[in-house]
Design a protein around this ligand. Structure first.
Ligand SMILES: Cc1ncc(C[n+]2csc(CCOP(=O)(O)OP(=O)(O)O)c2C)c(N)n1
Length: 531
């Protein structure tokens, strides 16, 4: 007779979920017992890394991923990157073991008495099955919930004594839609407003990349002859950044953002929150007399926008619909941006000079994973991402995503056979939040270069303190860290890159290696401005 375990593994197989990211504990062992040969366990040394590796893997494969965590303490370790997965809108099925039902009433060691509340509010659905026999169908429901728009993580708490119980008949393997079409009447209204606009602007968010809608975005931008910005702090690249109409990323503060959009009477935002602000700089949300049209597949995102009219729907379907409805314009397209001036040599080099060298080396099919807070603007100015699904960072502001996410993304590049080179750029502070992901990458033999601009400080926090006039904050310096030694300790290669012209050869060697390579690059300690 089939057990709950048998039926669950069969369902996971049918759903294509044969990779499990995790870190095991006693409460998970009954699920993992006799781990089937056609499944793969990606072993993370800490749950933060398991979560972000799964997130990166799911984003890069375009499919949901399964993360199996230890009960309450392990789930707690994963929470920071669960918050990030929620903001990234990544479909993740997060499971955790639970103590035996027989003892739950008396709360033994490792019981998670309020397991379903623990991951709230950063999951779309959280559940502990009422009966052991409900586990397989709960997985099916978790899958359906995770992938429907807006996609996101879900959580199942699974008691450890459930797995050997006799199973009910298997649940039906169902499919669900992952795109929602916009209301045709409202779409026509949006098209009429855009057709009547004097100076429209297009602002695109990460959902455009998630929806594989770059061609629709380019077609719409060209039909409107409008400048294109990326919405503030985007977790994906959203438009070919070498396209003459691309203007860069909007600032993440209220006043400066409206100033940047000055002169535009109609702002169409697709696939982004309105807007993702960071430092509070008061001002108007929009230029005077401008109106905002908002296309999103997330009703909450639409609801919390302080201005604008919204249309729910998939970014690609909505933009293709607008292209069909919009008449050609006689406006001429805006002129292209200037290229940045050549980088100035200095010793140690500026981040700008290092990123100029990175951009000069960059392979056309390269994939960039970024967690370099204070140097982000310099990186994005220098390295223009020109292909879809080639740039990843966290939507949340929580550090500890980039390094493990890069491992998941590099694994996905190998698994899918695409084999694109993946490069992580991670600040020397950010490096340490989920540093143990290096070990997993080394065990998997992933040729992942990790470029670490070393300024021995939390530079962005110094910039923030400066903007907010809060002098005297402790703990903003990071002396005495030997990143190469840490990397070698986890089984990686390491090479300190002493000058920008050494970066290209070091990257070539790293991509040809059979393991990750950490490349600390000493840079100037000048603190870039936050805005
Ligand atoms: C989980 C988490 N803890 C703390 C912070 C606060 N924080 C934001 S940026 C930052 C410093 C990042 O330092 P580094 O990676 O060296 O980049 P730099 O600012 O120097 O460019 C810190 C600690 C955070 N965002 N997330």
């Amino acid at each position: 007779m089939a057990t709950v375990r048998d039926t669950t593994y069969d369902l996971l197989r049918a759903l294509g979920l044969t990779t499990v990211f995790g870190n095991p504990g006693s409460t998970e062992e009954p699920f993992l017992q006799d781990f089937p040969a056609d499944f793969r366990y990606v072993h993370a040394l800490q749950e933060a890394s398991a979560m972000a590796m799964a997130d990166g893997y799911a984003q890069a494969t375009g499919r949901p991923a399964h993360v199996n965590l230890h009960t309450a303490p392990g789930t707690g370790n994963g929470m920071g990157n669960l918050v990030t997965a929620w903001h990234n809108k990544t479909p993740l099925i997060v499971t955790a073991g639970q103590q035996s039902r027989e003892m739950l009433l008396i709360e033994p060691r490792l019981a998670s008495p309020r397991a379903v509340e623990l991951t709230q509010p950063y999951v779309k659905w959280a559940h502990e099955p009422t009966r052991a026999q409900d586990i397989p169908a709960a997985f099916m429901r978790a899958y359906a919930s995770a992938v429907q728009p807006p996609a996101g993580p879900v959580f199942l708490s699974l008691p450890m004594d459930d797995w050997d119980r006799p199973a009910d008949p298997p649940p039906q393997v169902r499919t669900v839609a992952t795109r929602i079409a916009p209301d045709p009447d409202r779409l026509r209204g949006f098209a009429a407003t855009l057709a009547a606009a004097r100076a429209p602007a297009l602002v695109l968010g990460a959902a455009v990349d998630r929806a594989d809608a770059w061609p629709a975005a380019v077609a719409l931008a060209e039909r409107l002859a409008a400048p294109v910005w990326a919405a503030p702090a985007p977790e994906r690249a959203v438009f070919p950044e070498d396209h003459p109409q691309f203007r860069g990323v909007l600032p993440y503060a209220i006043g400066p953002l409206a100033e940047t959009l000055g002169g535009h009477d109609t702002v169409l935002v697709v696939g982004a929150p309105v807007f993702r602000y960071y430092p509070y700089v008061p001002g108007d949300y929009l230029p005077a007399d401008a109106r905002l049209l908002h296309v999103t597949d997330d009703p909450d995102e639409a609801a919390r926008a302080p201005v604008g009219e919204s249309l729910l729907g998939d970014p690609g379907l909505a933009m293709n619909g607008l292209v069909e409805l919009l008449p050609p314009t006689d406006r001429s397209a805006p002129p292209a941006r200037d290229d940045p001036a050549p980088a100035q040599p200095a010793d140690p080099p500026s981040a700008d000079a290092v990123f100029a060298a990175l951009a000069a080396w960059w392979p056309a099919d390269g994939v960039l994973v970024q967690e370099s807070p204070s140097n982000l603007a310099a990186l994005r100015r220098r390295l223009r991402v020109s292909r879809p699904r080639s740039y990843f960072t966290m939507a949340s502001g929580g550090l500890g995503f980039g390094l493990p996410a890069a491992v998941g993304i590099a694994l996905a590049e190998r698994d899918t056979g695409r084999g694109r080179p993946v490069v992580a750029v991670v600040g020397d502070g950010s490096f340490h939040y989920s540093v143990q992901a290096l070990w997993t990458a080394a065990r998997l033999g992933l040729p992942l270069p990790v470029v670490v601009p070393v300024n021995q400080q939390y530079a962005i926090l110094k910039a923030f303190a400066d903007l907010k006039h809060t002098p005297g904050v402790p703990a903003l310096d990071l002396p005495g860290l030997d990143l190469a030694a840490v990397a070698r300790g986890y089984g990686c290669a390491a090479e300190v890159v002493e000058s920008p012209d050494r970066l290209g050869p070091a990257l070539d060697a790293a991509l040809a290696a059979d393991r990750p390579t950490v490349l600390p690059v000493p840079i100037s300690t000048d603190v870039p401005r936050i805005l």
